[in-house]
Design a protein around this ligand. Structure first.
Ligand SMILES: [Zn+2]
Length: 375
């Protein structure tokens, strides 16, 4: 009897497959950012993909990305099931992995379902736009064509992926530091970081003036392993990298800490830190207004000015002081007495607006920093 049950389990009722090649259709996750855990064929044209995180506990940010190949043109139904969790991201579809369109979908508990027209040309489905290590590399390499902009490796991730910087160093001794992608699925934050960094490195009169006084360090992809594996939140060791800025136990965070310490040892100053993330709404996490930093009113002045620029959009400033949490804004404030924020874009914020706001935020920050007393 026992052997019969064991055999049944092995053969499988409700066949679970990890390869996910069915008779005339396949689900492929073998590309950077690709992720689902296993799949099942529920009916001739209905498929279920299970989503599980890298480790637990973890917050509910189920990431998925896969390519569907079909021998014939057909419409299939896909069900995404989160194991022990809730959905966060509505599915997007792409034919080239670059341009994405939102799919119509239904959510019932841990099941998210949608229909998809597939054929011989692969169709990509993803939780958010895919922004891979290669995309970051190409972006940094292009910026490095500008004078005095350096694109280089400052260290290595747990799995030995390079941690790239894009850096402008002029004659000043004050630094603006920009961090990104500590949390892999938070792509809308990444979509804000790119135009933000481009604006401070641009050839506009304001940015040129800014760079005569300030240096710029941009670390756009600080969790390259998590981004590659399609992790929900953590790095390859299963650590939350935005809880490690007190202990520096992970290569990725320790590398940045060491780099900034070198800057300070040379007698230079960290003037401002901006760390890009995403959550369910657009919000700017700040330190309390009376927190002991150099230029304590810098953040308030900056974000108030940005708010005034957008009568129909509210720039929400949410102060918080968590000395033991290990988040980057606290690290900048406590270790360098530098004002810092967590810049959070909503998961569903319109992509054109993310770009426009980031450009305005960068320009407004440059004006505010230029008006601040020298360190
Ligand atoms: Zn985050």
């Amino acid at each position: 009897m026992f052997r019969f049950i064991l055999l049944s389990l092995l053969i499988g009722f409700g066949h679970i497959s990890y390869a996910c090649d069915f008779e005339n259709i396949s689900f492929d996750k073998n590309f950077p950012g690709g992720r689902f855990t296993s799949c099942e064929q529920l009916a001739p044209s209905k498929f279920l993909l299970n989503l599980t995180p890298e480790n637990t506990p973890i917050n509910d940010s189920p990431w998925y990305a896969f390519k569907v190949n079909s021998i014939k043109q057909q419409t299939i139904e896909i069900v995404l099931k989160v194991v022990d969790g809730n959905h966060r991201y509505p599915p997007k579809k792409s034919l080239d992995g670059k341009a994405w369109l939102l799919e119509e979908y239904n959510v019932a508990g841990d099941h998210l379902s949608f229909s998809l027209s597939v054929g011989k040309t692969p169709v990509w489905v993803s939780a958010q736009e895919i922004l891979s290590g290669k995309d970051y590399y190409n972006w940094g390499a292009e910026l490095a064509l500008k004078p005095n902009v350096v694109h280089d490796v400052i260290g290595w991730s747990v799995q030995n992926r390079p941690l790239y910087k894009v850096e402008y160093q002029g004659v000043g001794n004050e630094w603006l530091v920009v961090l990104g992608r500590l949390h892999p699925p938070e792509v809308t934050g990444a979509l804000a970081l790119l135009p933000f960094a481009e604006a401070v490195l641009a050839d506009t009169p304001l940015a040129i003036k800014f760079r005569k006084r300030f240096n710029i360090l941009v670390l756009p992809n600080l969790n390259p392993d998590g981004v590659f594996m399609g992790n929900w939140r953590h790095n390859a060791n299963g650590f939350d990298l935005n809880r490690d800025w007190k202990t520096f136990s992970q290569n990725e965070v320790a590398t940045v800490h060491k780099y900034l310490q070198q800057i300070v040892k040379q007698g230079e100053n960290i003037a401002m830190g901006v760390d890009f993330h995403s959550t369910h709404k657009d919000i700017f996490y700040t330190m309390p207004k009376d927190y002991d930093v150099k230029n304590p009113m810098l953040v308030t002045k900056w974000l108030d000015a940005l708010d005034q620029q957008y009568p129909d959009f509210s720039v929400i400033q949410q102060p918080g002081n968590n000395p033991d949490k290990g988040v980057s804004k606290q690290y900048f404030s406590d270790v360098y007495k530098a004002p810092a924020i967590t810049y959070e874009m909503g998961d569903k914020t319109e992509r054109g607006f993310i770009k426009e706001l980031a450009n305005s935020a960068a320009n407004q920050l440059m004006k505010t920093m230029l008006a601040s007393p020298k360190l």
